[in-house]
Unconditional design. Sequence first.
Length: 224
Amino acid sequence: NDQELLRGKKVLVTAGGTVERIDPVRYLTNDSSGKMGFAIAEAAHLMGADVTLVMGKTSAMPPEGIRTVKVESTQQMLDAVVARLREMDVVVKAAAVADYRPVEQAEQKIKKKEEAMILQLVKNPDILQTIGSMKTSQFIIGFAAETENIDEYALDKLKRKNCDLLVANDVTQEGAGFGTDTNVVRIYDGSGLVEALPVMTKREVARQLLILTVQRMKKGERAN
Ligand code: C5P
């Protein structure tokens, strides 16, 4: 019975894209519907978990009846996740995080004067890697969108970021990736490929992923 699988567990899911302000009316962001993260939050909720959804900018609407924390920048998302990390059993990082932010955020709208302008960027902290290095008993799931060498990049990412499972999608495949209601994913743990799932709805991917998570938490297994 699915309804009991995550009873008593606290699950935090991040979804959507982070937004990095250039000035009060302009920003940098990543394309993200939020659908994969929303599907995971909803599936965890249906399995009885106490779910917190930390969300950036999304084009889809979040599921109803789930506690949401809205954030804008990567730093705000990091703070929101770190503040709740200790009490969580599972953290799923499905957000599309902006890798860079403007060095300066102008307080007033930048006037167009020059023919060319340079926007200087600085690297953002990696949220997944930060919590991976802080984790005590949390089960951490990362995501990766790849266009080539999917197995190699996915495993490298899992190890570098100290995740328990990593979900990779080949965004060049039909039915995978941004905006769609379906996805094609490969799931890895520290010893390699665990599942190569065929094209299925994000809702079904979410359920499969959480079932794997529950099995692993039961065994007390850790990938790293
Ligand atoms: O390195 P890459 O961006 O491909 O890694 C993807 C995974 O890392 C996703 O789970 C994403 O949410 C997370 N990430 C993060 N903070 C960043 C960049 C990525 O948490 N600054």
